[in-house]
Ligand binder design. Structure first.
Ligand code: SME
Length: 146
């Protein structure tokens, strides 16, 4: 079954915070190249880590929007894909084994509410298919936010 339909079923009836936690776990469990999955929510000028799933915690639990790939995606209100994080000076390192990253903003009424941040241990892991899928997941989270 389509992953988005399965995710919708799994989050039915959950509140927003449960939805975000379920979503990060679902993404990590079902997609092999999603090695660390987090959701940051925007609070003022900072992105605050709200839920995550992965082998270990990140020390970057609050990221100013001026910093990192996460900050860039929030500032520019667009999905950012970095194929090789070690070749990108804007990258804010979390885990030594991360090779590529995708950050997808979550919008509510055209404003950035937060973002989905995914790290992969594989170079160039994220394609346009990931972008399209994750933008649909982000739209779902935006709809569920109250
Ligand atoms: N790499 C991110 C920081 C968050 S960690 O990947 C969990 C960045 O460059 O903004």
């Amino acid at each position: 079954m389509d992953l988005l339909i399965r995710l919708k079923r799994e989050i039915a009836g959950l509140d927003f915070s449960q939805t975000v936690q379920k979503t990060v776990s679902f993404l990590r469990k079902n997609i092999a190249h999603y090695n660390w999955v987090g959701v940051y929510m925007l609070e003022g000028n900072e992105l605050v880590l709200t839920a995550w799933d992965g082998p270990e915690a990140t020390q970057h639990t609050r990221i100013p929007i001026g910093t990192g790939i996460c900050g860039l995606a929030a500032r520019e209100k667009r999905t950012v894909i970095v194929g090789d994080v070690n070749a990108d000076s804007r990258y804010l390192a979390c885990f030594p084994y991360t090779k590529s990253e995708i950050v997808v903003p979550i919008f509510k009424d055209s404003k950035v509410l937060g973002e989905i941040d995914i790290d992969s241990n594989t170079l160039n892991a994220f394609t346009e298919r990931d972008r399209e899928f994750l933008e649909s997941v982000a739209a779902l989270l935006g709809e569920r936010y109250v």
